[in-house]
Design a protein around this ligand. Structure first.
Ligand code: NDP
Length: 460
């Protein structure tokens, strides 16, 4: 049998790679990890974590208004972007340090540099040496994608740069209608930036339940965010005063910053995957089986680089399953069904299971329970934000197929609902749960009337 330098070599120290490396190392495997940027990956360095800090920072503008309605006297408020950036960067550095220590404590070796495969067992690390490994894991994640052919696109930024803007713009245009576009729209609006979202489709958040999509768009517009639907950039033009956004509708508008949040692509380019014979999908993702194994039997891939469900906890579970299967002798796959997610818009979206349209497509007849209301915290002071709660239930079995929430803390609510849905909860079981009062979430277990959408011409 050939002798290798390592039992496992991991490309990428993000959520999936680090989890796999640690679990394998704990089992006694000799593990190395290479990271070309900072340890922590997209989630910790330029994604979920700094984004959530920005969401927290931006929510204060609404909190101040609410506080006034509750009797607090609050004078002028002012947000200082550099102070926030400094605090955010300090916390990200601390978290990245924890990732490094966790890897080291587990006994994994860390290389700072880009790793490129030379063949199916050989890895060259830039600025370092070339090593061999029995097993290789690709966990390089994804990168923002922009339409490169768009004239003037070089003037636009992506979410990567949005975390480090030298100063807060007065006006921003955000292209895209997905998670990142909407989350950043809420952030910038909350921080006082004049914010416009430009989306090519008829409504934002394709793939989510239609009622959720319509509701979040209404709530964002109500909060003062301009949303241009059925509209796409044709050109970006730099001027002395900003960037002029030209649209296919014939309109144009000027902004200080243009951000493209038009999707992400798997990071597989330039990693030597061809040399190792690894097969890729048309969009560049590594093709894998349910055990995250590629077509090359000693090479696996987990996380966004496989473009299955591009969420941090999914990458972690895929990485963990791989390492337990290969190094602990306990074969495991991760079940990609009923994965809940939250969109940190303001208000948040929490969603698990099927949308109404997908449920009808898959199961035929379904019952809908839906409630749209102003939570008591809002009504007290005349706030206009409304919550929406929706359940999609299979007729006959009464199984709850989907649960969708738009509300403050919807992310927290949906985590709990996801447990029940994953266990196959039925509507009668769900309803037998006593409400927690007075909460917004109690509405979830008190919806008894089936929802019928208003007939055409009737006001909702
Ligand atoms: P998404 O895939 O969610 O959204 C991309 C958006 O860009 C869509 O609205 C899409 O429109 C639009 N788009 C695509 N191509 C073009 C084009 N050529 N011109 C104009 N518009 C275009 O990607 P994101 O970048 O927002 O996020 C990537 C992934 O990261 C998410 O899908 C999610 O898995 C993950 N993520 C999760 C978060 C969370 O859990 N809270 C937060 C952030 C990211 P259309 O719908 O018409 O295709």
């Amino acid at each position: 049998m050939a002798d290798y330098d390592y039992d496992l070599f991991v490309l990428g120290a993000g959520s999936g790679g680090v989890r796999a490396a640690r679990v394998a190392a704990v089992a006694g495997a000799k593990v190395a990890v290479a990271e070309e940027h900072r340890v922590g990956g997209t989630c910790v360095i330029r994604g979920c974590v700094p984004k959530k800090f920005m969401v927290y920072a931006s929510e204060y503008s609404k909190h101040f208004d609410t506080a006034r309605g509750y009797g607090w006297e609050i004078g002028d408020t002012r947000f200082d972007w550099p102070t926030f950036l400094m605090a955010k960067d300090k916390e990200i550095a601390r978290l990245s340090g924890i990732y490094v220590r966790n890897l080291q404590n587990a006994g994994a070796e860390l290389f700072h540099g880009k790793a490129v495969l030379k063949d199916r067992h050989t890895v060259g690390i830039e600025g370092e040496r070339t090593v061999t490994a029995k097993k290789i894991l690709i966990a390089t994640g994804g990168r923002p994608w922009m339409p490169k052919e768009l004239e003037g696109v070089e003037h636009a930024i992506t979410s990567n740069e949005a975390f480090h803007l030298a100063e807060l713009p007065k006006r921003i245009v955000i292209a895209g209608g997905g998670y990142i576009a909407l989350e950043f729209a809420g952030i910038f609006k909350g921080l006082g930036v004049d914010t416009t979202v430009v989306h090519r489709g008829p409504n934002v958040l394709r793939g989510f339940d239609d009622d959720i999509r319509a509701h979040i768009a209404e709530e964002m517009e109500q909060a003062g965010i301009r949303i241009l639907l059925g509209c796409q950039h044709t050109k970006l033009e730099k001027t002395a005063t900003g960037i002029v956004n030209h649209f296919d509708t014939g309109h144009s508008c000027e902004s200080d910053v243009v951000m493209f949040a038009t999707g992400r692509e798997p990071y597989t380019e330039g990693l030597g995957l061809e040399a190792a014979g690894v097969e890729l999908a048309a969009n560049g993702a590594v093709k894998v089986d349910e055990f995250s194994r590629s077509n090359v039997d000693n090479i696996w891939a987990v996380g966004d680089v496989t473009d299955r469900i591009n969420l941090t906890p999914v990458a972690i579970r895929e990485g963990e399953s791989f390492a337990r299967t290969e190094f602990h002798g306990t074969p495991m796959t991760f079940d990609h069904e009923m994965v809940a997610s939250a969109v940190f818009t303001q208000p948040q979206i929490g969603s698990v299971g099927l949308s109404e349209a997908d449920a009808r497509h898959r199961y035929g007849k379904v019952d809908i329970y839906l409630s749209k209301f102003r939570p008591m915290k809002e009504t007290f002071y005349g706030g206009q934000q409304r919550a929406l709660i929706k359940l999609v239930v299979e007729c006959g079995t009464e199984r709850i197929l989907g649960c969708h929430v738009v509300a403050p803390d919807a992310g927290e609510i949906i985590q709990m609902a996801a447990i029940a849905l994953k266990m196959g909860v039925t509507k009668p079981q769900w309803d037998s749960t006593c409400a927690v009062h007075p909460t917004l979430a109690e509405e979830l277990v008190t919806m008894r009337e089936k929802y019928a959408p208003p007939a055409l011409g009737q006001v909702a």
